[in-house]
Design a binder for this molecule. Structure first.
Ligand code: NDP
Length: 450
């Protein structure tokens, strides 16, 4: 094992190294593939970055923490889950990235998310390093008391590895404002410190306005920029959104504000197809519904009398598709269906929701495709703003934060255009990866290849 090293900068050599170091980490390998494929030609053309040592470092986390999370369920049984925090890269600032509670969580998933976070956080223009964490704990069907016990146990181990200067977690799948509150409360008990160590907090105790909305709103700001850049507008476009959690809800809200017609949302069981369009009132029903973890989107169809089907919504005809649920939820056949149905734009609210084959099809068919690291960066950007407000004991208004969010999303779009333009077409994946890479690589080189 000790002889494993990168012999040359080629996609095959890099993926071979990843596989040799950590066999079978499929999601992590996919994320490395996606980034490296688009930046290798750039690296080869730029002597400064054409260095195997730099690439070896960038694909290896600085630190990986794995720990036992014991907790007691409602029947008095002792249960054990596994906790993770991958502190991937601190070249640009303290580690920053969410916590995910979902039964599918494993080291490969957390590594892929943390790796993507490097480039995403770099794109925001803020001084944020990259990390991600979570547990294979399933929040569905859990009582509130079980959630509190689990969150307290989780942070009782993790607290020693994080601080407002070192590593600042936030939410992700299964970790919303409620869970952040439980985690923060226990952190405070353990340390006696009221600091900005976690973002996504309630506004009344140090959270930022617009943080709950940030990822979904930011996604739509990005989509609007993308369409305007190509001489198109949002008005009257039909939109299909997957998921019905935090990102999906606020993507829907902003899409409605922009004059589009949202016709579908989903959960892990199925999707609703509302031909009349989801209204603000109907969206409020979804927001209420989803406050209870076990509620299903099918209940929307029962209430409003629209269609419900099992599976994914990608067979529906729409102008804009927004995958906002989870990784690898949109496959090549789904992409084919969307293209045949005339989709104009696909923008990722989730992390890595489109498979590599699906992305290639979109690009080949000249669909405007936005990778999550660019289009869903609004969440981490506002988390960065929450850190600034906490450090300075300030609270910015909703309008101030929303304006800053819009500026960040416009600037990310601009970077994608700058580095991704190829003749008539813009390869947003390439643009995002190269722009994100340059800043991190420069900082790593300046700091002595640490
Ligand atoms: P939530 O837990 O609030 O919602 C997740 C949604 O996705 C739910 O509707 C859930 O359905 C659905 N879902 C989860 N797993 C699956 C699956 N395996 N198959 C189909 N549907 C699934 O999470 P968020 O909205 O916060 O996160 C969604 C995505 O956005 C994730 O990829 C996350 O990494 C990404 N993201 C989130 C950010 C944030 O600020 N929250 C920031 C940037 C990216 P069900 O209820 O049935 O499980």
């Amino acid at each position: 094992m000790s002889d494993i090293r990168l012999k040359e900068i080629s996609l095959d050599a890099i993926l071979e190294l990843v596989e040799a170091r950590d066999p079978g980490q499929i999601a992590f390998r996919q994320a490395v593939h996606e980034v490296m494929e688009s930046i290798i030609p750039f690296i080869r053309e730029n002597k400064k970055y054409n260095n195997t040592g730099l690439i070896e470092r960038i694909i290896e986390p600085e630190r990986m923490i794995m720990f036992r999370v014991p907790w007691e369920d409602k029947d008095g049984n002792y249960r054990v889950n596994r906790g993770y925090r991958v502190q991937f890269n601190s070249a640009l600032g303290p580690y920053k990235g969410g916590l995910r509670f979902h039964p599918s969580v494993n080291l490969s998933i957390i590594k892929f998310l943390a790796f993507e976070q490097i480039f995403k956080n770099s794109l925001t223009g803020l001084n944020l390093g990259a990390g991600k964490g979570g547990s294979d704990f399933d929040p569905k069907e859990k009582t509130e008391a079980e959630m509190i016990r689990f969150c307290q146990s989780f942070i009782s181990e993790l607290y020693r590895h994080i601080s407002s200067e070192k590593d600042i977690p936030a939410g992700d799948i299964g970790v919303g404002e409620k869970e952040i509150g439980y985690i923060y409360g226990q952190y405070k008990r353990l340390t006696s410190r009221f600091t900005g160590v976690i973002t996504g907090k309630g506004v009344e105790y140090g959270g930022s306005t617009v943080r709950p909305q940030a990822t979904g709103f930011g996604l739509l700001y990005f989509v609007e920029e993308m369409l305007h850049h190509h001489g198109e507008s949002m008005e009257n476009k039909s939109v299909v959104i997957s998921g019905s959690g935090n990102v999906a809800q606020y993507a829907c809200e902003k899409a409605l504000e922009k004059g589009t017609r949202v016709i579908a949302m989903s959960d892990s069981n199925g999707f609703i197809h509302d031909k009349d369009g989801i209204t603000k009132e109907k969206l409020d029903f979804i927001k209420e519904l989803k406050k209870e973890r076990h509620n299903r989107i099918q209940q929307y169809a029962e209430k409003f009398g629209c269609d419900y089907s099992e599976g994914k919504p990608w067979g529906l005809k729409c102008d804009i598709a927004l995958p906002c649920a989870t990784q690898n939820e949109l496959h090549e056949t789904d992409a084919q269906n969307l293209i045949e149905n005339g989709v104009l734009c696909v923008a990722e609210g989730a992390n890595m929701p489109c498979t590599d084959a699906a992305i290639k099809l979109f690009q080949k068919s000249k669909v405007f495709y936005a990778p999550g690291k660019a289009s869903n960066a609004g969440g981490v950007a506002v988390s960065g703003m929450e850190m600034s407000q906490n450090a300075r004991r300030l609270s910015w208004t909703y309008e101030e934060v929303d304006k800053k969010l819009l500026e960040v999303m416009k600037s990310i779009h601009q970077k994608c255009v700058q580095f991704g333009t190829n003749g008539e077409q813009i390869n947003y994946m390439k643009g995002a990866n190269i722009a994100g890479f340059i800043k991190v690589a420069d900082a790593m080189i300046a700091q002595g290849y640490v």
